[in-house]
Structure formats: C-alpha cells, structure tokens
Design a protein around this ligand. Structure first.
Ligand code: B3K
Ligand code: ZN
Length: 849
C-alpha cells in the first residue's frame, strides 16, 4: 500500500484556513481532451488563523502558468497540490491549468457523459478542476465564463451575458468550491417559472437530452411544490433569478445541490407513467425536494469541514421526509423510513463499518456518505424535534438561519441554537452525534392495583473503536390501550436518560397494553416480550399506525423464525390476523400493501444472528417462500378481491392515493400467482398502460418461472431506454433463485447492453446481486468471487462506485466459518491488487480489521 492510501484525517486536527478568498473568476475553454481553466482568485490572510503556508489543493492537473499580483511564480507541486511564497497581505492568484474531461472516468471533477460536459465536485472534486483551497470553510462569490461549441453553457448563479460559443454566469452568494458546477452540451429545456413569496420571479428549467423532454413535467411540478413548501413551512425563499436542473446519465450519486445548478442522475428526475414506477415517482419527488432544500441547509449554511456532513445531510433528509409526509401521508412515510433505516443503517451499525453520525476520522470522505450520516442523522433531528416540541423546533430553526446564514457551521453550532432557543440542556443528547451503534431498548411491564409501571432500560453494544458506551437521551413515545382496544392513555413522550428508569401510570384498575416507541420515536431496537395474541391485538387496535404495522411485522418475524428454526408450518393465528388486517376497508391501501411485504431475508439473517444463531441463507430463503405460499393459500379469496377491487379506472395519476391502490393490488398479485398460476399476471402484463403495473406483473411471472417470454418482449420494447432497461436487468438478478443467481449475473453481464462503466447499469446488476442474499452468499463462495472480479475491474476506473460496493461484505461476522473464510479471502484478493484506490482500500481495511 502506498503512503498516500494511509492518510487518515481526524476531526480533532481541524485548523481554520490560513487564507480566505474574496472572489473567484474562472474561464473555461472547453475541449474534451485539453480543457483550459484560467483562474483569478483574490486571497487575503485569515485574521482568525494561526497562519501557515499557502497551500492550494490540486490533483491530476497540468499547470501551465501561475502568477501572483501579475508576476510569474514557480510554485512547488506535489500530487496533492501546491505551495508558494505569497505576500503577507491581500493578493491576486492567477493560474492556467489543462485537464482532460473525456479521460475522466472517475466521474469526479469535470467529466463527460454522452458527449456532454458536467461536474461533480462534492466532496473534493474541485481540486481536479483547478488549484484552489478545496475545503468547505472557504466560501467566495464565483464569476464564470464558459467558452465552447456546445449550444447550452450553464454554471452557478445568474446568467450575465452570452453569445455564440460563450456564456458568463455570476453567483453572488459566497459558496465553497464543492458547490461549483458547469454543464455544457446539446440540451433541451422543460421550462416554467415560480414567483417567491416576496415577489421574485424565478425562471425554472430542467435540462435534458432532447428526446427526454417529455419526461420532465412531474419533476418540475415537484420542484414548484418544494419551493412553496420551504416558504410555507420553514420560511425559506429562493435567492437567485434562475434555478436549473440537469439530468445526466453517468453519475455516481443520486443528485447534487450545486448552487442554482442542481445536477441529477437521470434516474432521479426523468419519469413518465410508461417508464417509471410509483416508487420512482415518489423517490424523484423526494430527491428534487432534498436538493432544493439544500439551498438553505447546505448552501447558505454549509459545513465547516467534512466531519460535519450530517449538519447538512441529516437536516435535509429530515426536511425531505417532512415534505413527503405532507404530500403523501405521514403514517406510511414513517413506516417506509423506518424500514429503510433498519435495512441499511442498522446493518451498518451492527458491523465493521459502524461509525458515529459525526465520524471522527476518515481516509476518503466519499466513503462516509452513508445511511448513518444521512438517515440516522435525520432521526437525530426527529428526536430533537420530539424533545423540544414543534414550536421549539421552529424557534431553533429560525435562530439557526438568522445566526448562521453565510457560515460554515458545526454540530456544536446547531445544538447551541436549540439550547438558546428553547432552554433545553442537550449535553447528553449530543452523544447521539459521537456514539456509534444502535441502542437496544428493553421494556418491562408491571401492573399492581391501579398502577401500571413501565421499566425501560437501554444498552448499546461496542462498535469499532468504541468499546464503552454511555446511556443516551432517548425520547420514547408511549400510549396505553385498554383490553377492549380503547386508548386509555394517549401518546406521551417519556424521557429516558439513565441506563434504566421506571415510569408510573396510575388510575388504571385493569391491566393496559403498552404501545411503546410509537411512531418509531427513536432509532433503537425495541425488545419487549409480546405474545402472539398481544401482537395480534395491537395489529388490530393500536391507534398509532406505526405500531399497528410494527405489531404485524413482529408477528411475521416470529412466525418466520419458528419456521426457520423448527421447520414448523406458518402459524394459523398469524395467517388469520393478516387476512383480517388486509381485508379491513378502513385501513389505507398503502398501509395494507406494507403489511403484505414480509420481513426481508436480510432482516431475518440479522435477527437470527442477534439471537445467537448462525443464519443459513438457503433455509431463510426457503422459509420465506413457504410463508408466501401459506399466505397465498390462506388468503386466496381476499387477495383476489383486493387485486380486482383496487384497479383504478381512468388515466394514470402518480398521486399517493392511486399509488397506494396499485401497491395493494400488486402485492396481492405477487401472492396470487403462487396458487393461481400465471394467467392473471399475464393479463396484467398485456394490458398495463404504466410501468408500475407492467413491472409488477413481470416480477410475478419471473418469480414463478414464467418470465422468459415477457422478459423478451419487455426487452424488445424498451431496449433503447437506459432507465427502463436498468429495471429489466435488476429484476432478473433480484428474483433469480439462489442456485441460479451467479449464472444469471454472468449471463447478464455478457449482454450487449450491459455497460459496466455506467454506474446505474453496474448497480442494477452487481448491486442487485449483492442484495440477493442466498444467491450472493452461495456456500462455495462463487458469489463473492464474482463480485470481487468486477470490483477489481471497476476500481481503477471508478473508485467511488467500487468502494461503495465493497459494503456488500459488511455482514461478514454474521455467517458460518466457511462463508466467513471465503469472504475474507475474497476481500484479501481485492486488497492485494496493485494500485488499488484509497477509497476501496479503506473499505476493505475497515471490514477486515
Ligand atoms: N450532496 C450530494 C452527495 C454528493 C456525493 C458525494 N460523493 C447529494 C445529496 O445528498 O444531496
Ligand atoms: Zn443531501
């Protein structure tokens, strides 16, 4: 390993920048293989720093010339940047560098996608564009001139002027370099406009390849709703004359909030009923909102350093979750968010990649755009809001925007505004940011006379580098139900701060049933002894929709556990309770669809492992299958009725009500094919006029081995649509029977449309493969070998995507000795590659150490 791969950066080592920037002027002479970037930057010594050398980041740049105050200088160059002697007073730095966007396969910095120039600078990509202090606490206004033969030339801020082959942009809002962006290409716009609350007229554009112009209307509508929502709910207005979004096919992340010029992975902006599913519509709406909301939480107030990433990401995820809840209903949204947190973040917390919401060290910051920073970061804010209340939260946020607008802030700043605005002592709460791991909350109940006692205790297991854990400040929402299902004590928030505390409720002569952790009030694992009867009671009666769903999930997990461990049949009581719940017309269809989603195979492996059993992926898969068959047999009549009754007449609408109906009908279809055979799904596949129903029917057919003909027809129809074909690839891999998954991946990666250099396509096959638990964890290690072979190929080209894919190995400690050994050997094979990227090396080292 080269020394460069081992550079560890520590939060504790932060020092303020030695020089600040007053203004940046950039000229780009675009050329695929020899773009010239001319920079003119006004620097001044930072009065709040202890001084230090003048250092500019720069990587893979060819320096053509450099000047200070007009005089040529010869800086000292390393592979990380340059140093130079500079005056002890304000000065102007000028440099010209050459870069080759067409050769940039890492998709970081300035690169090309389908002949179009685009950028991705977060976190540290700007240093691949020119020499600059590429750190978020250096903020400056940017003026940009683009020269090139592309008809559309875009950058941040407001357009100043343009002519044939050139355009100038001015961004008056000081920003760090990671928010810089440019786009140049043959693009067409879907345009609209928005008038802010204070009357500013804003031009809105979604820029796409001309043939995609028909797939922008929903994204535009989502953008306008986001703008209005941020004004109404957070009092935040947009602050430029124009807001541009560009769709790019080759993109490592989902999207990027560059000031005034958001760049999106095309999968997260383009949609039409024919090509996108309801899930896509909802995700697109959420991501457009997320990137837009960053304008205040991320851009106007940014992060002091990359350790503070959750300051912008946790808060912005929390805001987009609130927005989606307001648009589509809070109950179902909360369940989905909890499912996602458990699937990705709890898994991270339980293994070698566990890290705090604010990590304390990293080698490559791109490896820390994780579920912990994003989703747990959002949960921490949700808890804060529960603790200080809705009004306290509003006051704190107003103070945050007022006090820190224009700042590069820290988590300490964030918590301070809450303390100052509400008087709440958050010293213990702050541990949520520094202590990794998922707390386990145990609940014990006791009834005596007319007093009910609930004893809550908490414990967090050790995580890498943190052997000892302290008790956290946990808001636990609890309600009590009477034996007849009435709510005898409505929801209240209990404050748990000690390792163990008992809470008393009086005036209750009959023993109530406690509904604990309502609304998933904290990101913890709840251990609460529950009989199947009690869970069935809560599923039927809990007034808290989250806990009603949770009770159903709990029942399903218990039943699956018994089936896996004892080979028992699916419990009759469970099947009856589920049938009653999905038949209840008073329940939201989307909620009922969620009840029909069984705990995933990964959930079951995690649960068994945590209960002290070594999971067997094949057995889990078989039991999962058996339970689905049992549900299909028990509820055949109900499911058939649901499938028929929840077909909506009239044209497709992506709204939540319509989507919920389709979700329920399609969930029913998934089961019905198991007992009825293919006819119903074939009919749906033939007649569907939208991707949601078409793909659900295709999935149902593939699941029962009747997919060949529809897959071929689907391919023939959609082979020129990259986004739809990602679904075609992904579905076959996800649904491949475990014994055939490796061969399926081999076959699909040999398909002429498998372009491994496109991150979306790579993930649609290899990412989906890693999620096919029993297929990936094949006992002979063929799954591990296959993924590692691909990562060895991908890493030199695109380290970010390769490194992220290594996370498939983070469950290593869960499995039997044979699998553990094979996983370790595969990772060692990857780590022994010469020239392995720092990104991938860091991930492998963390998993192996
Ligand atoms: N801030 C970007 C993520 C950039 C990823 C860098 N590897 C998207 C977002 O969270 O909004
Ligand atoms: Zn974000």
């Amino acid at each position: 390993m080269s020394p460069r791969q081992q550079t560890v950066i520590h939060l504790a080592d932060y020092t303020p920048p030695a020089y600040l920037v007053d203004r940046v002027e950039l000229v780009f002479r675009l050329d695929p293989r020899a773009t010239r970037v001319v920079s003119r930057v006004g620097f001044r010594p930072n009065p709040d720093s202890a001084g230090g050398p003048f250092f500019l980041h720069g990587e893979e740049l060819k320096l053509i010339s450099a000047r200070i105050d007009g005089e040529a200088v010869s800086p000292e160059l390393t592979d990380r940047g340059l140093t130079c002697d500079v005056p002890d007073a304000p000065f102007v730095w000028e440099a010209e560098v050459e870069i080759a966007p067409a050769d940039n396969t890492a998709l970081e910095g300035l690169y090309m996608s389908n002949g179009m120039y685009c950028t991705q600078c977060e976190a540290e990509g700007f240093r691949r564009i020119t020499y600059y202090p590429d750190r978020p606490d250096v903020m400056a206004p940017f003026f940009v001139r683009l020269e090139g033969d592309a008809p559309v030339l875009l950058s941040n801020g407001n357009p100043v002027s343009s002519g044939e082959g050139w355009a100038e942009w001015d961004d008056p809002w000081p920003k760090p370099a990671y928010l810089f962006a440019l786009v140049a290409g043959e693009l067409a716009a879907h345009s609209d406009s928005f008038v802010t609350k204070s009357g500013r007229q804003v031009a809105l554009n979604i820029w796409v390849r001309p043939e995609d112009r028909g797939k922008c209307a929903f994204g535009m509508d989502a953008l306008k709703r986001s703008m209005r929502w941020d004004e109404d709910v957070y009092g935040r207005e947009y602050d430029l004359d124009i807001f541009n979004i560009v769709a790019v096919d080759d993109f490592n992340a989902g999207a990027m909030e560059n000031k005034g010029l958001n760049i999106f992975n095309s999968a997260l902006v383009l949609c039409s009923p024919e090509t996108a599913t309801d899930g896509d519509f909802e995700r697109i709406e959420g991501v457009i909102a997320h990137e837009y909301f960053h304008n205040w939480t991320g851009n106007r107030i940014t992060c002091r350093d990359w350790f503070q990433l959750c300051l912008k990401e946790g808060l912005t995820v929390f805001r987009d979750q609130q927005f989606t809840g307001d648009m589509r209903g809070h109950s179902v949204k909360r369940i989905r968010d909890a499912l996602e947190l458990r699937a990705y973040q709890f898994r991270e917390d339980a293994g070698p990649l566990a890290h705090p919401v604010r990590p304390e060290s990293f080698v490559e910051i791109n490896n820390f755009y994780t579920a912990t920073v994003y989703e747990k970061g959002a949960e921490v804010i949700g808890m804060l809001r529960r603790i200080v209340g809705g009004e306290g939260y509003e006051k704190a946020l107003d103070l945050y925007f007022e006090r820190h607008d224009g700042d590069a802030a820290t988590i300490e700043d964030w918590l301070q505004v809450f303390e100052d605005a509400t008087g709440e002592d958050l010293s213990q709460f702050a541990l949520w940011y520094s202590q990794a791991g998922t707390p386990r909350l145990s609940a014990r109940e006791d009834h005596d006379g007319d007093t009910f006692r609930l004893t809550l205790s908490q414990e967090t297991s050790p995580t890498p580098g943190q052997p000892e854990k302290s008790p956290l400040h946990i808001p636990v929402a609890v309600g009590l139900l009477g034996q007849n299902g009435d709510e005898v004590v409505p929801t209240r928030i209990l404050t748990l701060k000690e390792a163990e505390q008992t809470f008393e409720f009086t005036g209750l002569p009959t023993r109530p049933v406690a509904s604990v952790l309502r609304g998933f009030s904290a990101p913890v694992i709840l251990d609460q002894p529950r009989s199947a009867r009690e869970s069935a009671f809560l599923l039927a009666h809990d007034t808290d929709p989250f806990n009603a769903w949770e009770a159903g999930r709990r029942l399903a997990e218990d039943v699956l556990t018994d089936m896996i461990l004892d080979g028992s049949d699916a419990s009759r009581d469970f099947l009856d309770a589920l049938d009653r719940a999905i038949s209840d017309p008073d329940r939201d269809p989307a909620f009922r669809a969620l009840l029909l989603d069984l705990p995933s195979e990964d959930d079951m492996a995690k649960r068994l492992f945590e209960a002290g059993t070594t999971p067997d992926p094949d057995l889990i898969h078989a039991s999962h299958d058996a339970l689905a068959h049992a549900i299909a047999e028990r509820s055949g009549a109900t499911l058939a009725r649901l499938h028929t009754d929840h077909q909506l007449p009239g044209p497709f609408s992506p709204d939540a009500r319509a989507a919920g109906n389709r979700a329920l009908a399609n969930a029913a279809l998934r089961y019905l094919v198991l007992t009825e055979g293919p006819d119903r799904a074939q009919a749906q596949f033939e007649t569907a006029d939208n991707m949601t129903q078409s793909l659900a029917a295709l999935g149902a057919l593939v699941r029962i081995g009747k997919g060949n003909d529809p897959l071929a027809r689907f391919e023939a129809r959609w082979k020129t649509d990259r986004l739809v074909m990602n679904k075609w690839f992904g579905l076959q891999v996800s649904l491949a029977p475990p014994a055939e998954a490796v061969e399926k991946v081999q076959k699909l990666t040999a398909h002429p449309l498998f372009d491994w250099t496109n991150p979306n396509r790579f993930r649609s096959v290899l990412g989906a493969f890693a999620m096919n638990q029993a297929g990936f964890h094949r006992a002979d290690g063929a799954g591990y070998d296959l993924l590692i072979d691909w990562l060895i190929r991908l890493d030199p080209r695109n380290p970010q995507v390769a490194a992220r894919s290594v996370a498939a190995f983070q469950t290593i400690s869960r499995w039997d000795d044979g699998r553990k050994k094979l996983m370790r050997q595969s990772l060692e094979r990857l780590s022994s590659q010469t020239g392995l990227s720092a990104d991938t090396a860091e991930m492998v080292n963390r998993i192996l150490s």
